[in-house]
Design a protein around this ligand. Sequence first.
Ligand code: SF4
Length: 259
Amino acid sequence: MPTHVPDRPAARNEPDRLHVVQYSGGIGSWATAQRVAATYGTDRMVLLFADVLTEDDDLYRWLDDTTAQLGVPLTRVCDGRTPWQLYRDIRYLGNSRLAPCSYHLKIIPCRRWLDAHADPATTTLYIGLDSSPRDRGRAPAITTGWAPWTVRYSLLDPPHLSKDEQLDWARSLGLRVPRLYDYSMPHNNCGGACVRAGKGHWARLLQVFPDRYAAAERAEAQLRAELGDVTILTEQRAGHRHRLTLTDLRHRVAAGGRP
Ligand code: SF4
């Protein structure tokens, strides 16, 4: 454990400060919670989970195991709609450039909870961005978006941990990591069917969870019937951006082509 947490004295000079970890079920939020616990203890820790109702069953098992390991009960918020229900309501299909599901189903329910339970003057919010250049680049906008709450990114502190190192850390504590990582899925969100993911990720989902892919394909086709030529995926061909339906991607993979 000492190699996984920052080498600095525990900061316990604000005993009333609330430490709210955005607990998504991903390994990054788990590693963040471990670091927060190592620095501040768990007495004033909240593990805040926004349930979008399309998670892998094993994510809930992971939440049970890890909240028990930390000794902190899960705080669950939920809009009540799945991403697909939301897309229909707002008449917009989420995609890799814009995913309104994240805002409506995660950020808004979490903000409501913070409004009701967390004074910005005495609350720190923790988000599990990792130390990759991409995640580092996202931090300033995320910090601005969560104002007036203070936001910290514990995994941006050294020692920096890769995703594999975070997973090994969890295993070293006797935890069984979420199965989507064992299936080489990069994220443990929305059962692997995330509209932000790219072609390769969706091709992997088709291979690992064909039923889940088929459900997303049907939902996309239904939205296309209602909204017109919209798709989750796009791709660059001959210097131009083209829409790519999940049906077309499935046919391409079945024909032995590259995603
Ligand atoms: S994981 Fe992806 S599909 Fe699911 S709510 Fe977040 S952005 Fe939307």
